[in-house]
Ligand binder design. Structure first.
Ligand code: NDP
Ligand code: GDR
Length: 340
């Protein structure tokens, strides 16, 4: 039987590498879109020892004609669109680039699928950031909740979400959105808050880092899951009999400060919070400052409270996450300790 084929854009990223590993295990032939970089972008694929099992396609997502050519030539069964300028804070500084990659590239892929065979199933990496706003009442957000994007990142993702829906409805393309809440792993990018905290604390404890960890809004709350669980449900979304949109989350949320406390507990490190507002800091038993709030790390607007409701995915896809936050933290700590 002919092997199924999948193109993954963003294959060098956190989700791209976990997903590629999963698809290869399922016997799917994986093509990965990578852009040129001056440093080695393959450390995550090497972690799974799969870099030689992937057909690499050297193209930037902004090269629309070349992306069209790939789709026409390969005519893949699946296109998982994970490539993005994915750092929300950076999107305020570079909104045009963010929109070009996160939104226009998506429209380009959908046009290419429409104009080729129409048979390629398309997955769009949508985001809980699209809900934005100020969720004062800790309301669990689902597929019918109102979107209120407040960053260039979230606006670009919301536009791409709507294009995905539109192409599904107008042209009968199998095009699904996974509205994923934050998910982390040992392979999370270093700018994101969970990785920054875990890596920073392990380094401080091992004498590899002298300075404190600087953080922005530590009262911001997120619904954090494990990337390994979330790529499994991405595959389920694409294997379901019809295209649809699904919220994927853990249904629990914690503040950044609570996340710090949990990491410290796992590390056996006793910390004490002192001060308020931008003067808040965490010290150890000897008075050494481990964490300090820094006003430069606050965003022009921040999504302060996110929590998801995965009733639909649970019912239709029979999906529930396997790993809770504490298990995620343990995985992240172990990885940092091994790599110190
Ligand atoms: P990462 O930032 O780890 O990975 C992003 C990937 O996109 C990298 O492979 C990056 O390549 C690639 N990329 C960026 N710009 C371009 C470009 N111009 N041309 C080609 N490739 C490009 O993100 P995650 O793995 O965490 O997330 C995957 C997707 O899911 C993203 O779209 C993100 O917005 C979305 N998402 C993520 C969530 C999360 O919590 N992780 C939650 C909800 C949505 P390079 O390695 O060269 O930088
Ligand atoms: P987020 O993740 O913006 O939710 O986007 P991030 O880890 O960057 O921020 C989470 C929350 O922590 C607060 N915060 C800090 N964030 C960072 N990065 N660095 C800090 O020092 C810091 N201090 C406090 C932030 O203000 C924020 O409230 C992630 C990305 O993966 C997106 O691509 C994805 O769409 C969403 O998750 C769902």
């Amino acid at each position: 039987m002919k092997k199924k084929t999948a193109i993954i854009s963003g294959i060098t990223g956190q989700d791209g590498s976990y997903l590629a590993n999963l698809l290869i295990k399922k016997g799917i032939r994986v093509y990965g879109i990578i852009r040129r970089t001056s440093t080695d972008p393959f450390y995550r694929l090497k972690y799974f020892n799969i870099e030689k099992k992937i057909e690499l396609i050297n193209v930037d997502m902004s090269e629309h004609q070349r992306i069209n050519n790939c789709i026409n030539k390969i005519k893949p069964n699946f296109f998982f669109n994970l490539a993005a300028q994915s750092f929300v804070a950076y999107s305020y500084y570079n909104p045009i680039y963010t929109d070009t990659i996160n939104n226009l590239s998506v429209l380009n892929i959908l046009e290419a699928i429409k104009n080729s065979s129409n048979k390629t199933k398309f997955y769009q990496a949508s985001s809980s950031e699209m809900y934005g706003g100020l969720n004062y009442y800790n309301k669990k957000l689902n597929e019918d909740s109102k979107f209120n994007p407040i960053s260039p990142y979230a606006i670009s993702k919301l536009s791409a979400y709507h294009y995905t829906k539109m192409y599904r409805r107008s042209y009968n393309i199998f095009a699904s959105n996974g509205i994923l809440f934050n998910h982390e792993s040992p392979l999370r990018g270093e700018q994101f808050v969970t990785k920054k905290i875990v890596k920073g604390l392990v380094e401080i404890l091992n004498g590899k880092k002298e300075d404190p960890i600087y953080l922005g809004n530590i009262y911001s709350k997120r619904d954090w899951g494990h990337a390994k669980d979330y790529v499994e449900v991405i595959y389920k979304i694409m294997s379901y009999k019809k295209a649809d949109d699904f919220v994927i989350a853990s249904n629990k949320n914690y503040s950044v400060k609570e996340f710090v406390n949990l990491v410290c507990k796992n590390l056996g490190l006793k910390i004490f919070w002192r001060g308020k507002g931008i003067n808040e800091k965490a010290i150890d038993k000897n008075g050494k400052i481990l964490i300090k709030v820094n006003k430069k790390l606050f965003r022009p607007l921040d999504v302060t409270n996110l929590i998801g409701d995965t009733i639909k995915a649970k019912k239709i896809l029979k999906w529930t996450p396997r790993k809770n936050l504490n298990e995620l933290i343990k995985d992240m700590i172990l990885f940092e300790e091994k790599n110190i």
